[in-house]
Design a protein around this ligand. Sequence first.
Ligand SMILES: Cc1ncc(C[n+]2csc(CCOP(=O)(O)OP(=O)(O)O)c2C)c(N)n1
Ligand SMILES: [Mg+2]
Length: 199
Amino acid sequence: MSRGISIEALVDAVEAARPRPSVVVPTMSAVHPYVARGLSPWDFAYLPSSMGQAVPFALGVALGRPDLPVCALVGDGSLVMNLGCLSTATEAAARNLRIVVVRNGVYQVTGGQAVVGGEAVDLVAVARGCGLPHAWRLEDGADPVVALRALFAADGCALLDVPVTPVDDAPPARSPGPAAARFERWRRRLVGDPPEGDA
Ligand SMILES: Cc1ncc(C[n+]2csc(CCOP(=O)(O)OP(=O)(O)O)c2C)c(N)n1
Ligand SMILES: [Mg+2]
């Protein structure tokens, strides 16, 4: 398998490619780089280790705000644990849902154990098989910003599988606090009622 790009490079590429406004839901090993670079008030980084929840959560947001692109950054181990969310996304016809698979081959935030099924599991094929209209892999050497722009521009729900380099010393996936207050500000922004002082 290719060594992939760093998680920081992936996050930089998502930030370069995303339309604005849009909602990004970083989870697992994507949380730390998002928090480190300063979280956008549109983004939801409060699912740092709830396996399987990134896509269902983003799907709910996408259905609630069909005018906004909504992009989940999901761990490969987490997606493998909850593949049914892909057929649910098809059933819900969430045209504005975008899924970026952080395919590092490991459960990075819990110490780097190998993901069940390993490279034998082809998540692009699974996504297509579940009816997603678009699913691609970032090929070796391809520009991630170009691929992510294509992901956001796709006509309908789309998934991009991104090989990411695992590391030996991943920082813990910790959300910024206080979570309840941050969540409420985020929720009010999303429903069009931002708290006073929020842009
Ligand atoms: C049912 C369940 N089992 C185990 C865990 C513990 N756990 C939290 S995050 C995680 C690893 C997530 O790996 P992956 O989704 O591949 O994300 P990465 O850290 O590699 O980005 C594990 C095993 C959990 N939250 N839920
Ligand atoms: Mg992983």
